[in-house]
Design a binder for this molecule. Structure first.
Ligand SMILES: [Zn+2]
Length: 237
């Protein structure tokens, strides 16, 4: 049983600790170096989208007084394992990606004189967690919180992931992807975020729009901050 006075003290303690130690979030830019990741409908490498959006997200979090650890912002990280290693000591790990689709679904088209491929059947964001993550509970709460904030801001999750992945919280666009090194070779709660499908010609343009990037990053930052607050993970005692 918690007596009211104790509860108020505990709440005050939590608030003061939370204010004293805002969350430290590690933001990882997916791919890099010779591995550009997927290629957009107009031929732009995924890494460029990842780097751009990670920068927007980092800026918004810092603007809120939160701390950010940049992982692979230069694009020269040596290995997958090095990503969570560089994030050690943070409160949360998010890896930024942009999505593609299996080749069998691609159609050819010409863009500025070069042959490219695109899809019309898949679009929307996805949030992935690994059941092998040592803090699966926090990972799931944060993923759902992020997805809920994205939907509240008008973003739509991709139902396509249900073809390959078990649902963790399909309504909010959260799926299991258990064997992702960046999500389980870590001690931190962790998610991989696919911002959208760059093979979709309309969504590619939307994903490159700075105003939309800021709205999406704002929703994500709110979801992460809320989750770390309610789970008590933002206080690095
Ligand atoms: Zn990727």
């Amino acid at each position: 049983m918690i007596r009211p006075r104790h509860f108020i003290f505990a709440l005050f303690f939590r608030l003061t600790v939370a204010i004293a130690a805002p969350p430290l979030v590690a933001i990882d830019v997916g791919h890099g170096g010779p591995d550009g990741g997927a290629t957009s409908a107009r031929g732009r490498p995924e890494f460029a989208f990842n780097r751009e959006f990670a920068g927007v997200l980092a800026g918004i979090m810092r603007g809120r007084g939160e701390s950010v650890r940049e992982v692979n912002f230069v694009g020269d990280i040596g290995s997958l394992v090095a990503r969570p290693e560089q994030a050690a000591g943070s409160d949360f790990f998010i890896s930024i990606h942009h999505d593609s689709i299996d080749e069998s679904w691609l159609k050819p088209w010409l863009w500025q004189g070069t042959e490219q491929t695109y899809t019309e059947v898949k679009r929307g964001y996805g949030i992935f967690v690994s059941a092998h993550n040592p803090d699966l509970e926090t990972s799931l709460i944060c993923a759902s919180s992020m997805g809920a904030m994205l939907r509240r801001a008008g973003f739509v999750p991709s139902a396509w992931h249900g073809r390959k992945h078990l649902a963790a919280d399909a309504e909010n666009g959260v799926w299991y992807y258990d064997n992702l090194v960046v999500l389980y070779r870590t001690t931190l709660p962790a998610v991989l975020f696919e911002a959208g499908v760059i093979k979709h010609r309309d969504e590619e343009l939307e994903l490159a729009d700075p105003e939309r990037q800021a709205r999406m990053a704002d929703a994500l930052a709110t979801g992460i901050a809320a989750c770390l607050f309610v789970t008590g993970k933002s206080a690095r005692e």
